[in-house]
Ligand binder design. Structure first.
Ligand SMILES: Cc1cc2nc3c(=O)[nH]c(=O)nc-3n(C[C@H](O)[C@H](O)[C@H](O)COP(=O)(O)OP(=O)(O)OC[C@H]3O[C@@H](n4cnc5c(N)ncnc54)[C@H](O)[C@@H]3O)c2cc1C
Length: 429
């Protein structure tokens, strides 16, 4: 069943009530447009749902089409910097998110062999003091669940599962999303948040060139209670080594530890959240690493394997009434932990643009605001591969000098301030 469209001028649907310290803070330059465009969204992932919520809160008729028959997210972690969390708070989701996230106190670097430790960031109250919003670490399923509940509270029938988009057609008056079952759905604008393998991007740009980076990521979750006492800490850790790095951080109020083990290995080329491996294979890939890393690997329930592919930034995101967003627009390596944060920024900015300008102009404004920043993040993430896997890390003596130099406070500030300070509630308009 398609959701019943809202009539132009109809009262906005109920909004999740803001909790203490929250408040929807939208900034529009022009008075609202008289007739709100009907919005089609392809993909009910983190980007599609956030865009849906931002638009529903402003009274738009939104219909979301998701290929999966069941609406859920994989078991993995996601780190949300101040640039992402300030948006979730503005959308009224602070209380719901705080029930499921972990707010870490700090981030640290550890050396792969000796376990030598360097503090690199204070988080917790520090993030709020410096950037005006917290740093959260979330289970993707929990985060997706919060977004889904908020969208359903605003418009119970807005999301349609088992509805894969396969293409679009547009005229100067409207756009049609073509579904795999042969249905044609009409609207005024199509936001394509259909992920890293986006069929909409394929229609706009052809197959595109994805380069295998020679790197793959192991992912897994570990119940914290299975780990030795000294490892049950509310900090994020980047273990760095020659030819690999490991990221661990706590989720779900500290009940679970998220593990991502990134290794240079060129025989695994499947880019998917759901390909399983074994603990033995993962342990072999990180054979010479510190015992704490192996304590985690031994306790992972199911390790998953993800091949990391690199793609060059696109020259544009918008084509008339159609616009790519999130991973569909700017797939990135995860080494700045910014893919989901960019998806949230996109969602809020596109909603603000649609609210202030006619559709085609709104998408152009969105694109103008997003091209440079997202390309810089894609490139910065790629640069971190060399930084995290530097040959100097092979030997403890050269590693100490390298980490002291490369991760000094002023360099960290230079590399991260512009990410977290960005305010998607204020740019573009
Ligand atoms: C190992 C790893 C770790 C990461 N860690 C972080 C992190 O710490 N912080 C961070 O910010 N980012 C991180 N990311 C990146 C982040 O996961 C993505 O950038 C984010 O999920 C993008 O959201 P999205 O909504 O654009 O895409 P997705 O979340 O992939 O959602 C796309 C949705 O579209 C649906 N879809 C696909 N095709 C169609 C179709 N034809 N029709 C309809 N629906 C369709 C899919 O089923 C899916 O529901 C990480 C990524 C990886 C691989």
């Amino acid at each position: 069943m398609l959701a019943a469209p809202l009539q132009p001028g109809a009262a906005p649907p109920p909004q999740p009530s803001p909790s203490r310290g929250e408040g929807v803070s939208w900034h529009t330059a022009s008075p609202p447009l008289p007739v709100k465009p009907r919005v089609l969204i392809a993909g009910a992932g983190l980007c599609g749902l956030t865009a849906a919520l931002a638009l529903l809160q402003r009274g738009y008729d939104v219909r979301v089409f998701e290929q999966a028959t069941e609406l859920r997210e994989v078991g993995a972690g996601v780190q949300l910097g101040a640039n992402g969390t300030r948006l979730l708070i503005a959308l009224g989701l602070e209380a719901a998110m705080r029930r499921v996230v972990c707010e870490p106190t700090a981030k640290e670097i550890r050396l792969w062999t000796t376990g030598q430790t360097w503090p690199v960031f204070d988080l917790g109250v520090d993030s709020t003091e410096h950037y005006g919003a917290p740093y959260w670490m979330a289970h993707r399923g929990d985060f997706h669940g919060v977004l889904l509940a908020a969208v359903r509270a605003a418009a119970p029938d807005a999301i349609r599962a088992g509805a894969a988009g396969v293409g679009f057609e547009q005229t100067s008056d409207g756009v049609t999303l073509l579904l795999a079952n042969g249905e044609h759905v009409s609207g005024d604008v199509l936001l394509a948040a259909d992920g890293v393998h986006s069929p909409t991007r394929r229609q706009m740009f052809g197959e595109g060139r994805a380069r295998f980076t020679g790197i793959m990521a192991w992912r897994g979750l570990v119940p914290m209670e299975r780990l030795p006492e000294h490892m049950r800490r509310m900090v994020g850790t980047i273990w760095m080594g020659h030819g690999g790095h490991v990221v661990t951080y706590p989720l779900r109020r500290g009940e679970i530890l998220n593990f991502v083990g990134v290794v240079e290995r060129d025989d695994w080329r499947v880019e998917s959240w759901t390909e399983q491996g074994t603990r033995e294979e993962c342990a072999r890939d990180l054979a010479r690493w510190h015992e704490d890393v192996h304590a985690i690997i031994r306790n992972i329930d199911t390790p998953f394997k993800w091949a990391l592919l690199g793609r060059d930034p696109l020259p544009h995101f918008a084509d008339g009434r159609v616009c790519l967003m999130g991973d569909a627009a700017h797939p990135t390596l995860p080494f700045l932990a910014q893919g989901a944060n960019m998806a949230l920024e996109d969602a809020v900015i596109v909603a603000r643009c649609l609210d202030a300008f006619p559709v085609v102009e709104a998408l152009q404004r969105f694109q103008a605001a997003r091209l440079e920043r997202t390309a810089a993040i894609v490139r910065g993430s790629s640069d971190n591969t060399k930084r995290f896997h530097n040959p100097a890390l092979g030997d403890p003596a050269s590693a100490t000098a390298y980490v002291d130099r490369e991760f000094a406070a002023e360099k960290m500030q230079e590399r991260y301030d512009w990410l977290y300070a960005y305010d998607a509630l204020r740019v573009a308009i």
